[in-house]
Design a protein. Sequence first.
Length: 71
Amino acid sequence: MDCPIAAFGGIDDQDVSLEDLAAWSEQTTSSSSHQMFPGDHFYLLDGIAPLLKEIARHLDRVPAISGATRQ
């Protein structure tokens, strides 16, 4: 794919490791990043605000698609 990928996970996740998140970089010819948050596989249920803030930060860096508008 030719689009940025941001992968997120929980530090205490027993199923998805930091290496697993980093492997997403192989799926794009664009930039990629990975970030871990406190918690396990369902880390977002305990603290979604930091995740949403990080997603918004990444979306702000993605060039707008011609004709599309962000609301």
